[in-house]
Ligand binder design. Structure first.
Ligand code: HXC
Length: 286
């Protein structure tokens, strides 16, 4: 069933701002990332999404492509933990779609577990999907993002911005203040934030920007569903502490993405954009 546009994009963006641009997104069939990619494609771009599950990835790509006639969206099966697979995916994306101008390192794994129940392999698994996977994603796409910036420079176009060479990492806010049952995720996402900072410092001089989006509790996501199933009381308490008094919508993450990728976000580099209704400020407070 087609997803109504107002569920993944606000009516404030100019049509076609990503025309002829290409987005590479890992974990692109997931609830949040698929809406980020959808927004990009609806505004004129083409995209490549990667995932571990072939059926989910291929269906995800087809669903995203349906938002705009003529849109090209390819799904590639690749595990972010495998550097060679990420290199191959980036190469295929650039070959089939012509470039990689934007990237989202979105693949993540999570579950709720107390330290006492967290095996060494469980901790390592999340570190490898989130942290190593984000590092691999950046390594695979950065040469193409640099080409995108160079291509624009060579074109002689007057406008210096809004043309590509941007990467966004998807993180979490648990590690800002501390959260039970999330030792693995806190460690992994803290590292992801710092990978983004390094990219921002090292690649800023090449015209590439790197930022983090930190989604709060977003309705309809696997993370929130798991929390709901595991602890109903905790869900009520969590919601009560969100200053704006509600869960977030996937659209609110997609809109933040469009902002960072757009000309309007051109001077934002090395930033962590928390999109959580102010939740992290109150987490842990009575
Ligand atoms: C304790 C667990 C566990 C659990 C898995 N493990 N689930 N330990 N509690 N609930 C342990 C396993 O026992 C094993 O350790 C190790 O983790 C690896 O598990 P596998 O199933 O072999 O790994 P894999 O198939 O690679 O799956 C990775 C995964 C899985 C992270 C465990 O949940 C996954 O694929 N998730 C992807 C989708 C996802 O999580 N999306 C939500 C992202 S939301 P042993 O010692 O037995 O070998 C998000 C935002 C935060 O990130 C939301 C906050 C609520």
């Amino acid at each position: 069933m087609p997803v109504p546009r107002e569920t993944f994009l606000s009516n404030v963006w100019r049509e076609g701002i990503f025309k002829d641009k290409v987005l590479f997104c890992t974990g692109g069939a997931g609830t949040i990332c698929s809406m980020q990619v959808r927004a990009f494609v609806a505004l004129g771009g083409n995209a490549c999404i990667t995932g571990r599950n072939a059926e989910k990835t291929e269906k995800g790509a087809a669903d995203i492509a349906s938002v705009r006639p003529g849109a090209k969206v390819i799904g590639i099966v690749a595990d972010v933990r495998d550097m060679k697979a990420m290199d191959a995916a980036a190469e295929r994306c650039a070959t089939e779609l012509g470039s990689i101008d934007f990237a989202i390192a979105g693949a993540a794994g999570n579950f709720l577990a107390p330290m006492s129940q967290l095996s060494s392999n469980a901790f390592k698994t999340v570190m490898e999907i989130d942290t190593l996977g984000s590092f691999h994603t950046a390594k695979a796409v950065l040469p193409y993002l640099a080409q995108s910036v160079q291509k624009h420079k060579n074109s002689g176009k007057a406008e210096p911005t809004g043309t590509g060479g941007r990467i966004i990492f998807i993180s979490a806010s648990f590690h800002f203040r501390g959260q039970p049952l999330q030792a693995h995720v806190m460690a992994a996402k803290a590292a992801v934030d710092q990978i983004s900072s390094s990219v921002a410092m090292e690649y800023g001089p090449h015209g590439i920007t790197s930022n983090v989006i930190t989604p709060g509790p977003i309705a309809g996501t696997e993370g929130l569903e798991r929390l709901s199933k595991s602890d109903e009381r905790s869900v009520k308490e969590t919601k009560a502490k969100i200053p704006v008094g509600r869960w977030g919508e996937v659209k609110e993450i997609a809109d933040a993405t469009v902002f960072l990728f757009s000309e309007a976000g051109s001077y934002v580099n090395g930033h962590v954009l928390v999109v959580d209704g102010g939740q992290w400020k109150t987490t842990g407070a009575d």
